[in-house]
Design a protein around this ligand. Sequence first.
Ligand code: TTP
Ligand code: MG
Length: 406
Amino acid sequence: MARRIIHIDLDAFFVSVEQRENPALKGKPVVVGGRPQGRGVVASASYEARAFGLHAGMPLATASRLCPQAIFIEGSFPKYRQASQDFMAILASFSPFLEPLGLDEAYLDATGFESLHGSIQQMAAKIKKRIKAELGLCASVGIAGSKVVAKVASELSKPDGLLEVATGQEGSFLAPLAIEKLPGIGKKTGHKLNALGITTIGKLALMPLTALKSHFGASGEVLRHLASGIDDREVEPPAPAKQVSRETTFAKDTRDRPLLKATLRYLGERVGAELREEGKQARAITLKLRYADFTTITRRQTLPQPFDSDQTIFDTGVKLLNKALSGEKRALRLIGIGVSSLLEAGKQLDMLDSQARRQEPLNRAIDRIRKKYGFTAIQTGRTLLLKDVFPETGEGYKLQTPSLSR
Ligand code: TTP
Ligand code: MG
């Protein structure tokens, strides 16, 4: 049986959640990401704002220059997370073969389920209708025989679209499209292909395999397959997270050690809380720094024992920070901390060293209080100075990140 795969992606997701709460925002250029005076970037732009050239990732200052009348909203991650869960719940009621990608996007293997709804198009229309009626959000849908083609189709149909590519038509559907439209082609590969005269997906599909391999190695063959719409990847449940991280840009570049340490402590506590919430422990810690000149470095350390305590994350983070900043003249624009090499917690408690074992109950107690009263309800002495640096929400300090605070 030929597969029928649906790719669905919400239109201007963060902005649309704001618009459903405040209908006065509908039909206007709206940006979620932060204040235009701030140094963050656009997370989501309404289609009215996009008409002025605004897009995700653009510095807010540029956005407000291009579109001074735009309405800028800080946004709230917990709200979007809830909307995302509601969205995924609707999708799961249509097919159990669901693969969420990020917050507002998913693949659904509809093979065999379409007959329940008359046709695959009717099924997709029903999904869109329920999302509109129950969530007040607008979704765009692509339908095809493979993931890659379904994704391109939904993107092409935006906003409020529904586009089906018939079985057998995958190659001719993709052929005229610009090479950048093919998922998996990043900026670098795109430039390289354009320089070779490969400007459309169709040209890529026709490129001799030997030439592709000489330019792109083993991934050359994958690229050519994708360009012809050939993609055997299954719709799969999401893989468990490989890392947990938090970062923030400072309102002003800084060299202030107490501020850097306090921020590191706070970010590390957010990371620790998520790690414990997920029932995981980590083996490695990565510090991320971006200097005033935008140079970005990461420093990673693997620890001999798995850990999940805030103190371990902080102590290691500070060591990495001190090392990175010794003799460093540049101020910092951004700081971030993450943990990786995750494993299930619980079984290896006897492997924890005595310090970590002492901290275990303390971390749990703090987690419980924070869950009930908000993250900043309880603060370690070190982070108190952040009160004058970051605005506070009920949920915690407001960070400046491309994906908003968590
Ligand atoms: P997208 O689906 O890429 O963007 P969108 O939903 O705003 O717009 P559309 O799909 O109609 O093109 O991302 C989904 C959400 O993820 C987006 O609303 C905000 C968030 N996001 C960020 O926080 N940072 C980013 O850099 C991007 C691309 C998205
Ligand atoms: Mg979207």
